[in-house]
Structure formats: C-alpha cells, structure tokens
Design a protein around this ligand. Structure first.
Ligand code: CDM
Ligand code: ATP
Length: 321
C-alpha cells in the first residue's frame, strides 16, 4: 500500500519587542524573575516543515550564516520536544525544517524562539495532532522563556521567567522602526552584565506595569512612548556602548522614543504613525549607526499556518544603512 505523504506546512511567526521589562533578582535556577509587556511585531520568520528523505534544518535569509543547523538549532529542539511530548518518532518519516529568517539573529527580538514556536504549530498541523494551544504552550515554555509569547502573539504581560502570560487586548496598532546592529549579543551575557552592574551600583530600574497597560488602552503612541523602559538596557549599553548613539539617532530622526529590545542589541523606535515610521527609517538609515533599518507594526498574531494563497512573502521594506 502507498503511504500518503502530507503536504509541507508553512508557518509565519512574529518577533517581539518588550515595551516594558523589569528584571528581578537571579533565582536559584539561574533565571531572573521578570515582569514584562510583550508586543508581537510584523517583522517575521517563515518556517516550513515537511516530510523529506533528508532530515535536518536549512536556514536562509537575514543572518542565516550565524544560525546553527545542527541539534543546537532551537527549531530542531522543538521537533524533538514535540515528538517526545506526543510519543512519536520524528525519524520515521523524517522531518525537514526550512527557516526563512527576517528576524535579526541574537538581536533580542526572540528570533530563535520564533522558529521553535513555528515548528510546534507546523508539526501539530503536519502530524494532524489533537493538541490545544495551552498544551503547545507547555512544550514551548520548556524550549525557552520567549517561546510561549511568540506562539501566542498580540500583546501580553509576561511574568515568571517570561513564560507565564496574560493577554492584553488592544484595539490600536503601533508603528515601529527597528535598527539592527552589526553583531548580536548573547542573552545570558546581558543578564550577567546586569547582575554585575547591580553589584557595583544602582543602574536605573523601570516603574510598574500598570501605566503601560493604560497607555496601550488609550492607543496614544505619545503616552506609550513616555513609558517604554527596559532594565536590561543599561547592561546592553555597557556591553555595546555604540547603542547610545543609535538610540539618540532614532529620536533625532523623529521617533517619539527608542528602547533596546529585550537583551539587545536591536533598538526599537516608536513612531506617531506609519508615515512617520517610513520617514524616521529613511533618516536613520542614513545616519550610519546600524546595519539595517526596517519598519514594523504591532500587535500582530502569533505563529500561524499560512495557506496556499498566502504563499511566503518577500521580506518587509528594508533600508540599508
Ligand atoms: C530578554 C528576554 O528576551 C525578554 O523577553 C528573555 O528574558 C530571554 O528569553 P530567551 O532568549 O527565550 O531566554 P532563555 O533561552 O529562556 O534563557 C537564556 C538565558 O538567559 C538568561 N535568562 C533568561 C530569561 C530570564 N527570565 N532570566 C534569565 O536570566 C539565563 O541566563 C538563561 O540561561
Ligand atoms: N532558529 C534559530 N534562529 C536564530 N538563532 C538560533 C536558532 N537556533 C539557535 N540559535 C542560536 O541562538 C542564539 C540566539 O539567537 P536568537 O536569534 O534566538 O537571539 P535573540 O533574538 O536575542 O533571543 P531572545 O530575544 O529570545 O533573547 C544565536 O546566536 C544562535 O547561535
């Protein structure tokens, strides 16, 4: 009897920016207690999972040469984690994962996490699993602190190590300019640097999360701009002092405010509207402070299968510095 080979499944998955990121003390397990507000952005990766003769991971697009294709790829770890969770052998039939990267690698925008979340959604469809989003979120949390959020998308408050989510419903779209740095930063190094800075002194700490939620509800980007804050920013700047210049350049170019995204070094600039974002992007691209500039908007949905008529799309508008 001929086995029916299911068609490949492609998933689009967002990046994230932390509108607010309060970092608590280090826990005995090495993680830090967080209180954060995530927003999913339209800067996306697209991940295809397929049954294939040759198993493994292939990476193309933005920063592809810096991404491992072996067992350390978070997308491959997601294949193994889901197979184990549902008691299935992923080596028969074999699985191939193709990642088209649009999210900067090691940029603080949850790029690897996004690919892992996309694999969970893609394989659940390819394998026709009866598995709910909550169950997938449990598998996601084991893969990394940011994986549950990019699976869910939208806007959400994150607590614990970032994996416990409460959705925040917003009717408004916010417009962003994203500046990619020339090299990435390793997330654990940035948390270590914050611990070091806190041991030596008292780097600035963000306030409470409530005003941020109110600003989101108002839909006023000016109100939100005043409240963007990230405890990891001083650590990222300490490791990459040039980020100070990038943040200044974005505001000089007309952004309402800028923040280092998560552990950096990517900087995200909030703009008053889509047209302003295009103007800021063009000016920032000419300032010579970063590698690439893109525009994005949020919130957008989490990882989701894209249908045949919604074929993989070209990367979003880009302006090279
Ligand atoms: C900086 C953020 O992007 C903010 O959303 C996340 O906290 C990082 O999430 P992530 O990249 O998914 O991080 P994980 O893969 O879970 O952890 C990588 C490393 O970052 C550090 N880490 C991460 C999350 C957290 N709450 N505390 C930490 O100290 C730990 O050294 C950990 O070993
Ligand atoms: N699928 C993947 N895409 C990108 N990087 C990956 C992937 N799998 C493993 N990695 C490794 O993980 C490291 C961190 O990459 P990633 O793009 O996830 O960082 P990040 O966006 O800063 O993460 P976060 O914002 O969640 O802290 C990279 O240096 C790379 O070696």
């Amino acid at each position: 009897m001929l086995a029916v080979v299911p068609p490949p499944v492609t998933v689009r998955v967002p990046s994230k920016v932390n509108l607010h990121l309060a970092v608590g003390e280090a826990r005995p397990d090495g993680y830090h207690e967080l209180s954060t507000v995530f927003q999913a952005l339209s800067l996306t990766d697209e991940v295809t999972v397929a049954v294939a003769d040759e198993p493994g991971v292939e990476v193309i697009g933005e920063g592809a040469s810096e991404v491992p294709t072996g067992p350390s790829n978070l997308a491959w770890q997601a294949v193994q984690a889901l197979a184990e969770h549902v008691g299935r052998d992923h080596t028969e039939p074999k699985i191939r994962v193709v990642i088209r990267k649009g999210i900067p690698v090691a940029g603080g925008m949850a790029g690897g996490s996004a690919d892992a979340a996309a694999v969970l959604v893609g394989l659940a469809s390819l394998w026709r699993l009866e598995i709910g989003r909550d169950e997938l979120a449990g598998v996601a949390a084991k893969l990394g602190s940011d994986v549950p959020f990019v699976l869910q998308g939208g806007t959400a408050i994150g607590t614990g190590r970032g994996e416990q989510l409460i959705p925040v419903l917003t009717r408004h779209t916010f417009h962003w300019v994203i500046a990619f740095d020339r090299r990435g930063l390793a997330t654990p190094k940035v948390f270590e640097e914050l611990d070091r800075l806190r041991g030596d002194g008292d780097p600035p700490r963000v306030g409470g999360v409530e005003p941020v939620i109110e600003a989101l509800a108002s839909g006023d980007p000016r109100q939100l701009a005043l409240l963007l804050g990230n405890d990891l920013q001083s650590a990222a700047i300490s490791l990459r002092p040039g980020l100070r210049r990038t943040l200044r350049a974005g505001v000089n170019a007309g952004a309402l405010a800028g923040t280092v995204s998560g552990s950096g070094p990517t900087c995200a600039f909030l703009c008053s509207d889509g047209e302003s974002a295009l103007r800021v992007a063009a000016e920032l691209a000419g300032a010579g402070v970063c590698r690439t500039v893109r525009v994005a908007h949020g919130p957008v949905p989490g990882a989701r299968v894209i249908g045949g008529d919604e074929a993989p799309r070209p990367t979003p508008p880009e302006v090279h510095a």
